[in-house]
Design a protein around this ligand. Structure first.
Ligand code: PEP
Ligand code: MN
Length: 293
């Protein structure tokens, strides 16, 4: 592949030998989670609440996103909140509700791990572990994720360049775990209309530079419910392998990120629109069960 200024080289002296690079591994990495292939031809949709708040909220939301066509359920049991006085998540109780939701819907679950000390417990419950933006530079956690034996949904840091992001992903791969899903979730800029600025061009750049699946989180990227569907569609147009979107059974009462969470009806509508957009790009939205359509 022809290289350009800005192509990922690892500024500290590494180069094409980095495991994340396409030069090292030309074939797309496809991650199989209970039969759902992330990074393959079909688009994977991850949906669910920001945080697991209680059993009823999670199960209701899980059922709603499942019938809307989601493939994977998200929900945080350990929440990285800006203020220590905000809801911090239910911890293991939340993980138990997630596994109940998986049992009732059949959807695999992705949930965040914030600390090396939580890794074993989170891995006991999760199908995919999430490493959030704020933890992108937590190198001990990345090393632990390299050994955890589960796929990792690895979000770009709030202030990280693409090079820094890929260098951080390299920690997970070099630790022995190739199953890394990259996630563009917006970066901090001077613009403050939106919560973050969705760096859409990061998607084709990451796809070009690496062999890893790339998804987009338009919820944290925008911070506004009304902007989520349009940016989700844009993400598919620029080549994302899927999206992760926050949905809540009652966003107006949510304990975190209600203002960016879709109502279940919005999500159902978005799924239908994504199917049309996917077709335009020569892809399809993954259907867990084609008869569900
Ligand atoms: C999340 O997805 O739950 C989350 C906290 O997002 P981010 O790490 O991108 O802020
Ligand atoms: Mn959130």
């Amino acid at each position: 592949m022809e290289t350009h200024k800005g192509d990922y080289q690892n500024n500290e002296g590494g180069s094409a030998s980095n495991l994340v690079n396409r030069q090292t591994n030309a074939d797309d990495t496809v991650i199989n989670v209970n039969g759902i292939k992330i990074g393959g031809e079909e688009l994977v949709i991850i949906a669910g609440p920001c945080a697991v708040e209680n059993r009823e909220q999670l199960l209701e939301t899980a059922k709603a996103v499942c019938s809307g066509g989601a493939n994977i359920l998200r929900g945080g049991a350990y929440k990285p909140r800006t203020s220590p006085y905000s809801f911090q998540g239910l911890g293991e109780e939340g993980l138990k509700y997630l596994s109940q939701a998986r049992k009732e819907t059949g959807l695999p679950i992705v949930t965040e791990v914030m600390d090396t000390r939580q890794m074993e417990l989170v891995c006991k419950y999760a199908d995919i572990i999430q490493i959030g933006s704020r933890s992108m530079h937590n190198f001990p956690l990345l090393k632990e994720a390299g050994k955890c034996g589960k796929p990792v949904l690895f979000k770009r840091g709030l202030m990280a360049t693409i090079d820094e992001y890929l260098s951080a992903a390299e920690y997970i791969l070099s630790g022995g775990n190739q199953e890394v899903i990259l996630c563009e979730r917006g970066i901090r800029t001077f613009e403050n209309y939106t919560r973050n600025t969705l760096d859409l061009s990061a998607v084709p750049i990451l796809k070009r530079q690496t062999h890893l699946p790339v998804i987009v989180d338009p919820s944290h990227a925008t911070g506004h419910r009304w902007l989520v569907p349009v940016m989700a569609k844009a993400a598919i147009i620029v080549g994302a392998d899927g999206i992760m979107v926050e949905v809540h059974n009652n966003p107006l009462e949510a304990l975190s990120d209600g203002q960016q969470s879709l109502f279940p009806e919005d999500f159902g509508k978005l799924m239908k629109e994504l199917e049309i957009i996917a077709e335009v790009t020569g892809r399809k939205v993954y259907r867990r069960n084609p008869s569900m359509a």
